[in-house]
Design a binder for this molecule. Structure first.
Ligand code: NAD
Length: 354
C-alpha cells in the first residue's frame, strides 16, 4: 500500500498501525495536524473489507477533524482512529483497554472519543488505561458525556439556518425531512425535528432503530435504497460517508442537505454538482461540530453543559457566513469552507484533495 502517494494522505503528520495479539485488536490512528493543538477525533469500529479501506477511511476522517476543529475554533488538531471489527460481535472491554494502551503510547498527540460503533461505556474502558480520552460519563450540569445528542443539536440548529437561507422559512411546521441513519445522532435529530412539526421519513439498515423513531416521533419508514431520493425539502444524512456521488446526486429531490455524517461528498466535484443542481449543502464538518465542542470542554475540564450549549448555538451563524460567501463568490459551499479551514491550518500552499 503506497500510503504517502494516496490522494487521501494530504500531508498527515502520523499514521500508526496497532495490534494486540491477546485481544485481536487491529487499529489505525491517523494524525492529520497538530498545528492548533493535540489531534482529537473519535474512534470508529467498523468491519472494513480490507486494510486499504480502513486506511482510506481513517485518513479522510482525520483530515475532516482538522477542518472541523479549526472551524469551531477549538484548541485541537485533527486525528481519528479506526478499529477493524464488527462492533456488535467483537467488542469487549479488554479490546478497548488494548486500544487505550495504543492511544497512550502516542503520548497525547491523539485524543480519542466515540464515533460510529463505539459508546460511552467503551470510552470508559479506554479511560482506565489512558487519560487521552474524552466523551465519558459525567455529573448532571457538567460539560461532556455522550457527544451524539450535542451533535444532533448542532445539526438541528444548522438545518434551520440552511432552511432559512435556501427556502426562506423560519419554521419547520410540515417541512419534509428525510433522515438516513437513526442511530446515536439521527435519533436525537428526529426528536428535535418532530418537536417543531417536521414530517419525518427515515431509513436505517437496523429495522428496530427505524421502528423506534416511527413509534416515538410519528416518522414513516422508507427503504434504505430510496431514502436519498425521497421527495422532501431537506435531506439529513446521519449514517456513513461518500453518499453524494455521480450516481446519487442526479436522483436527489431535496433542496437542502444538512446532516451529521462525516465526509458526505465522495469527491470535491460532487460538491460542485450539488451547487449546479441548486441544492444547498451544509458542509458536514461545520454542521456536525456539536459533539467535538462538548468533547473539548470535557477534556480541558471545568466547563458546564450550559457553556457547551451556548457554543453549539454558534454553528448556524458560521454556516450562514459560508452560505453567503459561497453565493457572493458563486462557489460551492464545501469549497468555501475547505478554504477557510485550510487557512486556519496554515495549509494554503497545498493542493486541496477530496
Ligand atoms: P451510529 O452508529 O450510532 O448511527 C449510525 C446509524 O446509521 C446506525 O443506526 C446504522 O444502522 C445506520 N446506517 C448505517 N448504514 C446505513 C445505510 N446505508 N442506510 C441507512 N442507515 C444506515 O453513529 P452516530 O454516532 O449516530 O453517527 C452518525 C454519523 O454522524 C457518522 O457518519 C458519524 O461519523 C457522524 N458524526 C457523529 C458524531 C457523534 O457525536 N456521534 C459527531 C460528528 C459526526
Amino acid at each position: 500500500m503506497e500510503i504517502y502517494e494516496m490522494r487521501e494522505f494530504d500531508g498527515h503528520e502520523l499514521v500508526v498501525f496497532g495490534h494486540d495479539a491477546s485481544t485481536g485488536l487491529r487499529a489505525i490512528v491517523a494524525v492529520h495536524s497538530t498545528v492548533l493543538g493535540p489531534a482529537a477525533g473519535g474512534c470508529r469500529m467498523w468491519p472494513y473489507t480490507s486494510t486499504t479501506a480502513a486506511v482510506v477511511d481513517v485518513l479522510r476522517l482525520s483530515r475532516g477533524m482538522s477542518y472541523k476543529n479549526a472551524m469551531a475554533s477549538l484548541p485541537f488538531g485533527g486525528g481519528k482512529a479506526v478499529i477493524i471489527g464488527d462492533a456488535p460481535k467483537e467488542k469487549t472491554p479488554e479490546l478497548f483497554a488494548a486500544f487505550g494502551r495504543f492511544v497512550d503510547s502516542l503520548g497525547g498527540r491523539y485524543i480519542t472519543a466515540e464515533d460510529v460503533g463505539t459508546t460511552t461505556a467503551d470510552m470508559e474502558a479506554v479511560a482506565r488505561v489512558t487519560s487521552y480520552v474524552s466523551g465519558l460519563g459525567r455529573k448532571p450540569g457538567e460539560a461532556g458525556g455522550d457527544p451524539a445528542p450535542k451533535t444532533a443539536l448542532g445539526v438541528f440548529l444548522g438545518l434551520k439556518a440552511a432552511v432559512k437561507f435556501r427556502l426562506g422559512r423560519s419554521d419547520l411546521d410540515g417541512l419534509g425531512v428525510a433522515v438516513q441513519g437513526v442511530g446515536g445522532v439521527g435519533y436525537h435529530l428526529c426528536r428535535l425535528l418532530a418537536a417543531e412539526g417536521a414530517r419525518l421519513r427515515v431509513a436505517d439498515v437496523r429495522a428496530a432503530a427505524a421502528q423506534r423513531v416511527c413509534d416515538e416521533f410519528k416518522a414513516v419508514t422508507v427503504p434504505v435504497e430510496s431514502i436519498l431520493s425521497e421527495d422532501v425539502d431537506v435531506l439529513a444524512p446521519c449514517a456513513l460517508g461518500a453518499i453524494f456521488n455521480a450516481d446519487s446526486t442526479p436522483r436527489l429531490r431535496a433542496r437542502v442537505i444538512a446532516g451529521a455524517a462525516n465526509n458526505q461528498l465522495a469527491e470535491d466535484k460532487d460538491g460542485q454538482a450539488l451547487q449546479l443542481a441548486g441544492i444547498l449543502y451544509a458542509p458536514d464538518y461545520v454542521i456536525n461540530a456539536g459533539g467535538i465542542i462538548s468533547v473539548a470542554r470535557e477534556y480541558y475540564g471545568g466547563g458546564t453543559e450550559a457553556q457547551v450549549t451556548a457554543e453549539i448555538h454558534q454553528i448556524p451563524g458560521r454556516l450562514t457566513e459560508i452560505f453567503e460567501r459561497a453565493r457572493r463568490e458563486n462557489r460551492a459551499t464545501h469549497a468555501v469552507a475547505d478554504q477557510m479551514a485550510r487557512e486556519r491550518l496554515g495549509r494554503t500552499d497545498r493542493k486541496m484533495v477530496a
